[in-house]
Design a protein around this ligand. Structure first.
Ligand code: FEO
Length: 170
């Protein structure tokens, strides 16, 4: 049986991951509106991945005989004016999510819930990759964003990202 605090944090994480999906869909929409279909694609795929993350927490609770409680998802409210705004907000958001995952991990460790820490190991690694990706996008935008031709090529590169189901299966 899972510890009450651990359940509460795992349940909250479902909402946080759905919020991430919503946030990245909003970023995708911003870039679509600007005519940057590659950036829009990149964030649309990211939104799909976030929905998968939410479903992994959802499934994990069910697998442990806990019925998840689904709460309202906040409205994304990141102000976006220039092309770098979503990228920087994306990195800040991923750093925040990393902190949340670490909090759940610490709570599980405190009660010697090794099943949950093992489940979270995948997310710890995933967060490392997500922060790297978010940083890379900022670097590329800083390098190429001010030249229209380079921006066009970068946008084309980001069109190539395709959705892949998560490697973690529960
Ligand atoms: Fe589900 Fe981007 O962290």
């Amino acid at each position: 049986m899972l510890d009450k605090k651990v359940v509460e944090l795992l349940n909250q994480q479902i909402n946080k991951e759905f919020y991430s999906a919503y946030l990245y869909l909003d970023f995708s929409s911003f870039y679509k509106d600007k005519g940057l279909d590659g950036f829009a694609n990149w964030y649309q795929v990211q939104a799909q991945e976030e929905r998968d993350h939410a479903m992994l927490f959802y499934q994990y609770l069910h697998n442990n005989n806990v019925r998840p409680v689904l709460e309202a998802v906040d409205k994304p409210s990141v102000p976006m004016e220039n092309l770098k705004d979503p990228l920087e907000a994306g990195l800040r958001h991923e750093e925040y999510v990393t902190g949340l995952i670490h909090n759940i991990y610490a709570a599980a460790q405190e009660v010697r819930d090794f099943r949950t820490t093992q489940f979270l190991d995948w997310f710890v690694k995933e967060q490392g990759e997500e922060e790297t990706n978010a940083n890379d996008l900022i670097t590329k935008m800083e390098l190429f964003g001010s030249d229209p031709k380079s921006l066009y090529m970068l946008d084309n590169e980001l069109k190539a990202r395709v959705y892949a189901a998560p490697s973690l299966v529960l």
